[in-house]
Ligand binder design. Structure first.
Ligand SMILES: *[C@@H]1O[C@H](CO)[C@@H](O)[C@H](O)[C@H]1NC(C)=O
Ligand SMILES: *[C@@H]1O[C@H](CO)[C@@H](O)[C@H](O)[C@H]1NC(C)=O
Ligand SMILES: *[C@@H]1O[C@H](CO)[C@@H](O)[C@H](O)[C@H]1NC(C)=O
Length: 507
């Protein structure tokens, strides 16, 4: 332990101090020389850039307005392809904390890790971006240390700060530690202090907007921008379902599914004489839930509901379909819950016949296809702050799939009970909805009427933007242009004014 401490930290400490002094000097020098460059933005995500869809859409929206767009974050999953092809987007990846930290005890490694993060972020924002950006957009949470750094860089370089409030960092910490823990209180003070003043605050829900404005007295412009799924999320065609199930059905239990003979048929589809696949009438109903398997999702509700469904389906004499339940996602509680699921469905001498739960691993590209193939989505999300909305429902809606969602405070900003989904409070509520929606499947009238809402919502959007005619599902671009664009380009109205003035590239 002593050796580990004495080895790497002392020389590092000296380097850090020298680095700080030198950068400070150069910084003051540069600051007097350069002003923020108009129409440029740094977007900071303290996480895997490729797994931060919302920040990638912001980047795309800015880049389409010809902002020089610098995305700062960790390298991991592949970013969305459109982003890679836009000319004004630059990826600045942060280096990962050195691996030896993992061997140190938390109390030692945590401060070193934060220090390393602070330095790499400052280095990226102050040096790797050549001219001070006009805007710095930061995702919150994580709040520590990003909010403070962005605040500092904003003050030093004159950049305007935009905070995109996805959730509250301290409320996530409180899930682990309890809300009375001293760390949670400190985190809350930090977040409230450094989050208070910004040029623009964006919120993922109206509820978060209301709460923060009231509680923390936020200063700056404020706007709500709901989440939307990536553009390639769409209802799957029979052909896509066929292709997907050719790939994944080998991992599904043969006995449970209707007989199939790839490549001519899959559990859901069959190639008919016309040579294009179509959905088969004896298919099971496909339900899908995606989760990050964390404490804020109580999966036992789903397991209880499916146990009851199994009993009801046995007694229903064919009125209810078989249910193939996909649960996607990775996370800490996956193993315990899936073990429980397996032991339930294996029964004790009496295995389930009407329900099968599987947590098949999917290629990332298959996730939207699976959602698009589903008949119904299930969300067990309950928010740590009760102020954010589950992205998985947004994704399902993008695929035209209605949802059964566990109720929580601001769910009504997304799910309209009886129009695009149904809402439940507990396992009995869920199984009642399942029975009601799936009865008569594949000709399930109640389910069909929910699914029809999506076709209408999309039609309404293309015909008119009036909101009094019923539910409209508008896109990220629609609202970004309407809500955010006027905040970042207040003086530019026509597209011709976007033409790049070459002189501005000097810095
Ligand atoms: C766009 O704005 C409308 C009206 O404010 C809202 O209902 C809708 O959810 C918003 N969509 C997005 C993507 O923010
Ligand atoms: C389940 O929720 C319903 C409302 O949807 C409620 O009437 C019922 O009492 C709840 N059951 C339990 C066991 O809490
Ligand atoms: C471009 O910018 C320069 C300096 O800011 C300004 O003098 C010039 O008028 C601009 N040109 C156009 C076409 O806007």
């Amino acid at each position: 332990m002593r050796d580990l401490l004495a080895g790497p930290t002392l020389p590092q400490l000296i380097c850090i101090v020298v680095f700080c002094c030198v950068s400070w000097l150069l910084l003051s020098l540069r600051k007097s020389l350069s002003k923020p460059r108009p129409r440029s933005v740094a977007i900071l995500v303290l996480g895997d850039v490729g797994r931060s869809p919302r920040m990638m859409y912001h980047a795309e929206s800015f880049a389409k307005l010809r902002f020089e767009t610098f995305l700062v974050g960790y390298e991991g999953s592949k970013p969305v392809p459109t982003l890679l092809s836009l000319p004004h987007v630059h990826f600045l990846y942060l280096s990962q904390p050195p691996p030896f930290l993992r061997k140190l005890p938390f109390i030692v490694s945590a401060p070193i890790k934060i220090l390393q993060q602070v330095l790499t972020i400052l280095y990226a924002l102050l040096w790797r971006i050549p001219c001070p950006p006009e805007f710095i957009l930061v995702q919150n949470p994580p709040s520590i240390p990003t909010l403070a750094l962005v605040w500092l860089v904003g003050a030093l370089r004159g950049s305007k700060v935009i905070i995109d409030w996805h959730n509250l960092g301290y409320s996530i910490l409180a899930l682990k530690l309890g809300s009375d823990h001293i760390f949670v209180k400190l985190a809350k003070m930090f977040e409230a202090y450094f989050g208070r003043a910004a040029h623009v605050h964006l919120f993922v829900t109206q509820a978060m907007h209301g709460f923060l404005v009231k509680e923390w007295k936020l200063q700056g412009l404020k706007a709500v921008l709901h989440d939307r799924p990536p553009a390639h999320f769409h209802p799957a065609t029979a052909f896509e379902i066929h292709e997907l199930f050719l790939r994944i059905s080998p991992s599904l239990p043969v006995a449970f599914l209707p007989p199939h003979d790839p490549p001519a048929s899959t559990p859901l589809t069959r190639v008919t004489s016309s040579a294009s696949p179509s959905l088969r009438p004896d298919r099971p109903a496909v339900l899908v839930s995606s989760t990050s398997w964390t404490e804020d999702e109580d999966f036992s509700i789903l397991l209880d509901a499916l146990s009851i469904y199994e009993q009801r389906a046995r007694a229903a004499h064919g009125r209810l379909p078989r249910v193939l339940m996909f649960v996607t996602g990775k996370g800490p509680l996956r193993e315990p819950y899936m073990r429980k699921a397996r032991s339930l469905q294996d029964g004790e001498g009496d295995p389930w016949q009407w329900v099968h739960i599987t947590s098949t691993w999917l290629e990332p590209g298959d996730y939207p296809l699976l959602l698009g193939s589903a008949d119904l989505g299930i969300s067990l999300h309950s928010s740590s702050s009760a102020l954010d909305l589950p992205m998985k429902i947004v994704d399902m809606f993008g695929c035209g799939v209605p949802v059964c969602a566990l109720d929580f405070a601001c769910l009504s900003e997304l799910v309209i009970d009886g129009t695009n989904g149904v809402i439940f409070q507990n396992a009995t509520g869920l199984v009642d909805h399942l029975e009601n929606l799936l009865e008569g499947f594949p000709n399930a009238l109640n389910l069909e009427s929910l699914r029809a809402s999506f076709r209408l919502a999309i039609d309404r959007r293309s015909i008119s933007s009036r909101e009094d005619e019923g539910w409209v599902w508008n896109s990220w671009d629609d609202n970004w242009t309407r809500v955010v664009r006027p905040l970042v380009l207040p003086d530019v109205h026509g597209i011709f004014e976007l033409e790049v003035n070459d002189t501005r590239t000097r810095c």
